[in-house]
Design a protein around this ligand. Structure first.
Ligand code: F6R
Length: 242
């Protein structure tokens, strides 16, 4: 793992945006795996700025988002679909047909999972997968468990994740209990992985990710088995690393 520890959130975002932009400059038709949540917001804002200054061109880029809440319509303010368009896609020149987000309201969930995996396979490979990490070690919505799934699947969110994510909703009751998530197999097959983390609450899980026991109970620890992982952290998130 290559580990970059930056002074603060803004610098962490700048570094992550530079890594994503470099990927696209080197390979304009890159396939990106994308995350939502608080952590990558600054990175998306910086990529939008870089695009406005003609420094990065998304015309040939294809994207696959990691996850979506089940039961939320695409235009729901807390859906990851809404988040992605609001914070990123609406402000860059990506082609709508190149955007892939798991559906939150599929007619048939099993078929939706299969068709998401088929689309990933047809894209051949994810060049760069952007990840955040939950305080319980989840990546995507692959929650800690005694076993993990390789392919896109339905997840029962843990009480911890529901509680943590309730900050975005009016009340904890409004947080969907289930989500659809890319599996660990698709994540681990990405050529390169960029994991971002910010803040003291992530310090413990980052330590486990880097040097803890490799266990499905901390899905991020499996990244130790991947040959090309770049960690971009702010000082607080990196504070338990030696
Ligand atoms: C979001 C996702 C999640 C988040 C994680 C951290 O698409 O896949 O794994 O990356 O829950 O969320 P934040 O960044 O809000 O702390």
């Amino acid at each position: 793992m290559r580990i970059h520890i930056l002074d603060n959130y803004d610098e962490m975002s700048t570094k992550a945006a530079a890594i994503v932009a470099s990927q696209i400059i080197l390979k304009p038709d890159s396939v990106l795996g994308l995350a939502t949540g608080s952590t990558p917001l600054g990175m998306y804002a910086q990529l939008v700025e870089m695009h406005k200054k003609n420094r990065v061109d998304f015309r040939e880029v294809k994207t696959f988002n990691l996850d979506e809440y089940l039961g939320l319509a695409p235009d729901h303010l807390q859906s990851y679909n809404y988040y992605m368009f609001e914070n990123f896609f609406n402000h860059v020149n990506i082609r709508p047909e190149n955007i892939n987000i798991p559906p939150g309201n599929p007619e048939n969930i099993d078929r939706a999972c299969l068709s998401y995996d088929r689309a990933i396979k047809e894209a051949r490979e994810i060049d760069l997968q952007v990840l955040g990490v939950g305080i319980n070690g989840h990546i995507g919505f692959n929650e800690p468990d005694f076993k993990l799934k390789t392919e896109t699947h339905v997840v029962n969110l843990t009480p911890e994740t529901i509680e943590t994510n309730s900050r975005f909703f009016d009340s904890v009751e409004d947080v969907p209990r289930r989500a659809i998530s890319m599996g660990m197999g698709s994540i681990m097959k990405a050529n390169k992985i960029l994991l971002m983390a910010s803040g003291k609450s992530k310090a413990e899980v980052i330590k486990k990710t880097v040097s803890g026991e490799i266990t499905t109970e901390v899905p991020a620890s499996l990244l130790q088995l991947h040959p090309e992982v770049i960690l971009v952290l702010d000082r607080e998130a990196g504070s338990y690393l030696e």
